[in-house]
Design a protein around this ligand. Sequence first.
Ligand SMILES: C[S@@+](CC[C@H](N)C(=O)[O-])C[C@H]1O[C@@H](n2cnc3c(N)ncnc32)[C@H](O)[C@@H]1O
Length: 550
Amino acid sequence: MAETSDLVNIDVEIQALSRLGERLIDSIIADEPLEAIEALINSDAPLWYQNEAEGISPLHAAAYMQNTELVRVLIERGAVWNAVDNLKNTAGDIALSFNDLETYMVIRDAGIRAELLLSLLSSKASIQSSSSVVLREIDSSAAGSTEAFLSSNLKFIKDAYGQDICVLKIGDEEVGVMMGWEQGIMEDTVRRLCDGHPNAQKLKILNIGFGLGIIDSLFQALATRPAEHVIIEPHADVLQYIKERGWYDKPGVRILEGKWQDVLDSDAIVGVGGFDVIYTDTFSEDYGELRQFFERLPDLLAGPESRFSFFNGLGATNALFYDVYMRIAELHLADVGIDTQCLYIYDRHCTCVYYQDWHRTRRPKPAVEGGILPAVSQAVAPPSNVVTGHGSGFTSPRDTLSSGTGIVVAVNDMAQSPVTPLLQTPAPPVALSSTGLGFDEEAKLVYGVILSLRNMVKKLSGRDEQFVNYRTSTYKLHVYETPSGYKFVMFSDPNTDSLRFVLRQVYVGPFLEYVVRNPLVKMDSREYGIDNEYFRASVDRLVRGLSVFP
Ligand SMILES: C[S@@+](CC[C@H](N)C(=O)[O-])C[C@H]1O[C@@H](n2cnc3c(N)ncnc32)[C@H](O)[C@@H]1O
């Protein structure tokens, strides 16, 4: 009897919550004032609620209304960033569909925060074993469990278009393990991994997961065959496929039978003494496993010129999930010291007005109070540097933690602020690697280096020749100077081709659009930098779309 009345009570409570949830969504769609919506939330309207008709949550509704402020409030109050509606759209997808980048970024950043926290919790949970928290549904099918995958039967067949594919059966469904259409992705990957590699004549390559052997065949077809080509593969059917195609007999090729987790410490790997190129593309492994692999990279890569890539299928069927996981992977790769590139911009004066970096391994300390202008970048601003009233919408310092590129634009008169004693002798901006300088010092140092090199080039040539880049063993610095005196400076891997065209693109695209034509940005004010969310996001998109950006 008591149990029945408990059930009735629960049912009544759920109905009451559903009504509150509906009211909350309706109020958001009706564009009611923020105070009214907050009052509803304070009276326990559930933020997790999704209505029956469309499956939308309050966050979906706020994204639909393009109400960034409300989205921010809902997220702070605990809204679920990754809930999907009946059409499988997240609130982030809705924001994207309106081209509402600002709202999208708020949701995406919430996703990154939540997922990083979960990954931290799950690593702690695995240490504490039995009391571990279940953070997601466990997929024990061959698509989600390595053990189930390895004991499944694979079929290598041709699809309706004559392409090689490999499938396995899960229930009544045939799931593709590897597909011929990945050829293009693999070709691009091999190009980025091997083109212009300093060790191109004697590459030592490690590939995890043979699959259809697409990428391994491409490695073998390089102009100079790899000196060593190690392939790790555990599945019996794939190993059979490898055998039938003569891979065991190819010169320089070694097949290591087993999972990467079991063979990475073997003599066959350790004895190589580090690989120039590493690629991984496994199946049925989740992000946790990929991250564990990332952590092995410092020991597996031969040196700073080595290159790594992985098949990025993380959340690949949804733009928001893909974005969130891409950034999380970048953060974790930065944790283990994998760098890509770094970009700066200066104007005709010499104080930094803007900075953005992607995954620099060691970024500078925040600037000292008064060392940089407000609205340069929250990521490197002094802790108390509150940016107000200049039109910057920048809200998340983590934005800059997720990439390997930086931008600085400068405003301050050179005469008032001598740059650096190093002006006489151009020296590498060592701060970029490890000096631990404050950002203000580092920005001056970079500026000083380009200025003195530029002057030196002009003096030596005696003509109006331009200094465009220089290279050290660990980085390359590229410069593009606009007719109005802005200097865009980008740092990249040492082997990257010229990036002047990219710097020019940053200038003619995002810079003209979101800085020069933005009435809220006080250019040359000498009081403010130019950081704003649209500029930052637009540069970010541009840089990430580059073929040199891994
Ligand atoms: C998607 S396929 C790789 C496709 C490949 N990149 C190509 O170009 O054809 C994934 C491969 O990873 C292998 N694999 C799965 N788990 C693995 C693990 N833990 N260690 C090594 N290989 C694994 C699978 O057996 C499968 O052959």
